[in-house]
Design a protein around this ligand. Sequence first.
Ligand code: FAD
Length: 506
Amino acid sequence: MGEPHVHDVLILGGGAVGTTLARALSRFDLDVVLLEAEAEVAFGVSKANSGIIHSGLHAPGDTLKGRLEYPGNRGWHQLHEELGFGFAPVGETLVAVEEAELATIESIRQQGVDKGVPGTQPWTPQQALDAEPNLNRDLAGAVWVPTAAVINPYEAVMLVADAAQRNGVRIEVEQPVIAIDPVDAHRPDAPLIVHTPAGPWHGRYVINATGLFADEVAAMAGVPGLTIRPRKGEEYLLDRRVEGLVHSIVFPAPRPTSKGTLVIPTVDGTIMVGPTAHEVDDKWDTSTTEEGAAEVFANARRLVPVLNERDVIAEFAGLRPVAQTGDFVVGPTERPGFINAAGILSPGLTAAPALADHLVDILADQGLALVETTDWDPTAPHPVRFAGRSTDEQRRLAADDPRYARLVCRCELVTEAEVREAISRGARTLDGLKFRTRAGMGRCQGAFCTWSCLTLLAEGLDVPVTAVTKRGGDSWIVCERDDQPEPDATGGDQPELDAAGSSVAW
Ligand SMILES: Cc1cc2nc3c(=O)[nH]c(=O)nc-3n(C[C@H](O)[C@H](O)[C@H](O)COP(=O)(O)OP(=O)(O)OC[C@H]3O[C@@H](n4cnc5c(N)ncnc54)[C@H](O)[C@@H]3O)c2cc1C
């Protein structure tokens, strides 16, 4: 048997942290592989969050998360220009509802000023109401922060991964790490051997960016002492009918465990309210609850009284990976070559590009030679968003390519051309397609477009439609029927069948 191939860097986990690191390393002449457990990147915590690129004000400057927050904000601005994901620099209005909260919001503003965040302004109640007329009319004061933005987190992470791949990083999905070989006592500096069900992977350096599971993966490497507790956040997305209710991200004065309940204008023009912040035991518990909804709306109505639960069209929960320290746990460990990027709670999405640069510095300190390639391309073709174009542009697109004239998702105006483009860039599941294009995210929540998406995925991936899943694993949507009924001669209601005699099974 020949010597195994040893990769320079194995990145474990394809969330915001793993993919931004993959992209940062792609500028160097290195052999980098990213191993992701799920069917696609961004299917972990990075898909279920508030999508805020924080202004830089909120995390204390004496923490790692605080130091990386504002540089990360700048990093996302640049990534947006290079890669073209949904991004809106809407700014933040930090509101003191009561007089007693004025000192808190001013100290947060000062914390931001000390960290170099530009443009903050203390606002009188009238200034805040002029900018945001739907705010609570009894508010005591506010702080305006222009540097905050919103993004589509899943779309952004998927395009960052795509950019890394275009520059030579290998991304391997459905590769859950199940074991890491112990240190070889005779060769303590030998490459690490990481096992997935597909086989062993050898790497000189291994970055543990596995989010909620980073403690378990660290333990596999023989690195003790890390505990990750999930802290659940429920979020509620409102109908497009209430678009424009707020123009900036509205924050309350924060609480010790979270920034509080926010009212967020999303990139897509909807309004989102949330999140909650409660510790849970189960790392898979992404349920939403009646109590969570009640808490979110009670808190959010303190800020924007006209908010109404009846406008909710979708809800979800995400779990923040919280380490014992409450800060990011990043750096080399006692296991040579094994580097943690763990405990990445909020503002982890924001901080990710700066954290990636920090990890590159750590790798260099640990002896990785960084030689820039001559053909690195920081840009990639920006995805076309048909719905966001003017009527004239839409006509032009459709005239040039008839696939733009065929609507797949009527609620969100997503065309066949966009769906096919997303598949060519790595969408392999119905959810992956939805996150990349918004097909299925509108008012009907996929009732109309699911079948078209399924058949386009099956065609693009060259598999039968029964092999296409919602989110990987065994989440199939269509199944073969052994007892296929004869078509109803009377023309009565029958399930829609494909050529292979499959039917839609919800
Ligand atoms: C409700 C909520 C709201 C938030 N809002 C914001 C916000 O507005 N702004 C902000 O900056 N931050 C926010 N955050 C925090 C932010 O989402 C996280 O800090 C960030 O997404 C963490 O990224 P990650 O790459 O570390 O983790 P993940 O995205 O979870 O990535 C880890 C990856 O590792 C994979 N993995 C796990 N185990 C294995 C294994 N054994 N083998 C291989 N792969 C594995 C997972 O499948 C996953 O894809 C929020 C978090 C929550 C929960």
